[in-house]
Design a binder for this molecule. Structure first.
Ligand SMILES: [Zn+2]
Length: 393
């Protein structure tokens, strides 16, 4: 733990303060009371509580993962366990990969809100957590791949609204339980290869209700129809590209871009949980590539929690393959999501007065995308989250 007023100082790092900034060689970052006090060249004379050498490392703003889930059975157990146990799980899935902020795109809020509470109380070292609470599904539209893992007694609590007013109530209930975003399955895989769309009036009502509270809406679209419902309802972010890409053409992508919609590629998830066949993957990469080429905003997210392999390396490799360059990847990890969640004034870049959230990487991520996965140290609010300080570190 750092002292009350003595800072955490990182010296001799190469600093990339934002996606558009020129790198500063041999720079210093000073974080005091959780906020960045100084970032730039030079070596100020200070008496730090803790000093980290950035020799040979690149410092970038703390990463966001805009698509995670706290749904594995271990979270339900860990939330009641001693701090080191919960911290260990948070480190394995998130902080060791550089994530200082994560967006939970659907889970049991009774679990996720408690994890967040323990983190924010300072008892457990972990990332900032935004949660969607429970996702909203089409009527009789639970995904086949979840159906087996949802206990029967919990099913009545999973909203599958059939009318606009039921959709509004489901949104209200989620927000009352602590959610800060809404997740809609505008296209739900009710069986392998078979998608059920959410009725447009239901999706529209849910989005309008969320927007009344300035809360963003994420959607799982699956195919053309699910994407159309999302676009027409005014959804803010597609949590995945549609993976049945038939009919998804430039016109639709232009409308998405025109509405300011964000897109989370989750390319590794498709690769590792659906199919590695190029005939399947290539059209999804093309959607990502074309969307970005039209000026669309990509946000970084991996769907970990649903995907049990937590490494980010393959996602960065796949993004590079889809034509996203190093600065583009840095933007989707930092500044983009901070703007989307209306916290640009405090997060997303390294600058005086901003939160002390940063990652030290081995290598140069602007030249080699896989360097984004080579995390040496993760700091949030001036506290070192990885490598941790507990016995397991
Ligand atoms: Zn997901």
């Amino acid at each position: 733990m750092q002292g009350v007023n003595r800072p955490l100082v990182i010296r001799h790092a190469r600093i990339v303060a934002s996606p558009d900034a020129n790198p500063v060689e041999d720079g210093t970052i000073v974080i005091r009371n959780g906020l960045i006090e100084m970032v730039g060249p030079g070596t100020p004379d200070l008496e730090p509580a803790e000093e980290i050498s950035g020799e040979g490392l690149t410092a970038v703003p703390g990463f966001w993962n805009c698509h995670v889930h706290f749904t594995e059975p271990k979270w339900r157990v860990a939330v009641r366990e001693a701090a080191p146990r919960l911290e260990h799980h948070l480190r394995e899935m998130l902080t060791r990969w550089g994530f200082t902020t994560v967006v939970d795109a659907g889970s049991d809020p009774r679990v996720t809100v408690r994890i967040r509470h323990r983190v924010e109380a300072g008892e457990v070292a972990g990332p900032r957590i935004y949660t969607a609470g429970t996702g909203l599904y089409p009527p009789h539209g639970l995904p086949y791949y979840l159906a087996g893992s949802i206990p029967f007694w919990w099913r009545p609590f999973i909203p599958q609204p059939s009318t606009p007013s039921k959709a509004e109530k489901a949104v209200d209930r989620n927000l009352a339980q602590g959610a800060e975003l809404v997740k809609l399955f505008t296209g739900s895989y009710v069986a392998r290869g078979q998608v059920k769309a959410m009725p447009l009036a239901v999706a529209t009502a849910a989005v309008a209700r969320a927007h009344d509270y300035r809360v963003p809406v994420f959607s799982h679209p699956s195919n053309l129809e699910g994407t159309e419902v999302a676009v027409q309802a005014g959804v803010d972010v597609l949590a995945h590209p549609p993976d049945i890409t038939e009919g998804v053409g430039e016109d639709l992508l232009r409308r998405m871009v025109g509405q300011g919609m964000g897109l989370i590629p989750t390319l590794k998830m498709f690769e590792t949980t659906v199919s590695r066949r190029e005939e399947y993957l290539e059209p999804i990469r093309s959607v990502v590539h074309e969307f970005q080429g039209l000026g669309g905003e990509l946000l970084f997210g991996t769907d970990v929690g649903y995907m049990t392999d937590y490494s980010t390396e393959e996602e960065f490799r796949a993004l590079a393959r889809a034509g996203v360059d190093g600065r583009g990847i840095l933007r989707m990890l930092t500044q983009g999501p901070a703007a989307r969640f209306h916290v640009s004034a405090s997060a997303g870049t390294l600058a005086p007065g901003r939160r002390g959230d940063l990652v030290l990487l081995e290598g140069d991520p602007l030249k080699d995308a896989e360097a984004f996965a080579r995390v040496r140290t993760t700091v949030r609010n001036g506290r070192v989250l990885y490598p941790g300080r507990s016995a397991e570190a």
